[in-house]
Design a protein around this ligand. Structure first.
Ligand SMILES: O=C(O)CCC(=O)C(=O)O
Length: 324
């Protein structure tokens, strides 16, 4: 029989308490948003409870309706993309990388973002110009990890052109079924900063593998609007994790799980870190585990166009949670 020393087991239980405290803070930060989702659409609750379980998901996927041929897909800004190859990669890997925005488009969105005030940490009270990030942190007396444009993004014609591009909807319809509809459009910065709380990181979906549960079936297109390397907070996706889920990750309220646990299931080789030049686009099934990382040197500017199969939430359409 082996006995652990009192010192070691004491340290282990302190660690467990700290870990649970962090988890509780992460959940607590999201509760006001969950309650608001429920009030806006009562069908959100069964989705939120059941869409994490594989049997319920499989049943829902059976409802995907066949797609009618899209007539305007030739008007896309993404030349030379093979839709069936994209959909095939999504089915097997959960991820396709290799879309490219025309330079005129990503440059126009980046110029828009540079001259337009954004909202720090999703909070409309923390408004600042991105170039004044350091001053804004001093002024508001707190780290500002993200800067969102919310509905202001619709003032940028290039961003609206990406949102409405017929190829994106065509890919979404071939993957999700003809019920596919636009449910999000957002543009935001992630800033290098220190001393960030767990709750702020959680709100910004940074630093912890998680899966999204905003709808039964979803697809997210992401576009980098600045060059992104390992110091710019690249997005990470765990290949194949959209198709397979251990029981523990189905029967928990938590959407976030430790890297150790996630990689233990899907393999050390499964994560892809997406780095690339300004304009790079990738599309993922966000039921697969993924995360953003906190930039260490340069801010990251990114756009998301998301599709689902249920009516979109008005508030969350531009990525806005409820902040207390
Ligand atoms: O900022 C990122 O790269 C992560 C975004 C994310 O996790 C999400 O939209 O669900």
């Amino acid at each position: 029989m082996t006995l652990s020393s009192p010192d070691k087991s004491g340290a282990a239980s302190l660690e467990a308490i700290a870990r649970n405290g962090g988890t509780l803070r992460r959940i607590a930060a999201r509760i006001p948003t969950y309650l608001s989702d429920l009030r806006e659409n009562p069908a959100w609750l069964p989705m939120f409870m059941l869409a994490r379980t594989m049997p319920a998901r499989r049943l829902h996927w059976r409802g995907a309706k066949p797609v009618r041929p899209a007539r305007n897909v030739g008007e896309t800004m993404f030349a030379g993309v093979d839709r069936d190859a994209v959909v095939g990669a999504l089915r097997t890997e959960g991820l396709y990388s290799g879309l490219m925005l025309p330079a005129a488009i990503h440059e126009e969105i980046a110029r828009f973002a540079e001259r337009t005030p954004c909202f720090g940490n999703f909070d409309r009270r923390l408004e600042f110009l991105p170039e004044k990030h350091a001053d804004a942190e001093k002024h508001f007396g707190r780290p500002l990890l993200s800067g969102h444009y919310f509905e202001r993004v619709l003032d940028c014609n290039a961003a609206v052109a990406v949102q409405r591009d017929p190829l994106l909807l065509d890919i979404a319809a071939h993957y999700l079924g003809s019920q596919a509809k636009l449910i999000t459009t957002r543009v935001w910065w992630s800033f290098p900063t220190g001393g960030v709380s767990d709750a702020d990181k959680n709100m910004a979906s940074l630093g912890k593998y998680h899966f999204d549960l905003d709808d039964w079936r979803m697809l997210k297109f992401f576009f980098y609007l600045v060059p992104v390397d390992n110091d710019t907070g690249p997005h990470v996706y765990v290949r194949g994790s959209h198709n397979r889920r251990i029981l523990k990750h189905q029967l928990t309220l938590l959407v976030g799980h430790s890297a150790e646990e996630v990689l233990g299931v899907y393999g050390e080789q499964s994560p892809v870190t997406l780095t690339g030049q300004a304009g790079l686009g990738f599309v993922e099934d966000p039921f697969g585990f993924h995360m953003g990382t906190v930039p260490t040197r340069t801010p990251r500017l990114m756009m998301e166009v998301g599709f689902g199969v249920s009516p979109p939430s008005r508030r969350r359409f531009h990525g806005e949670p409820v902040i207390r």
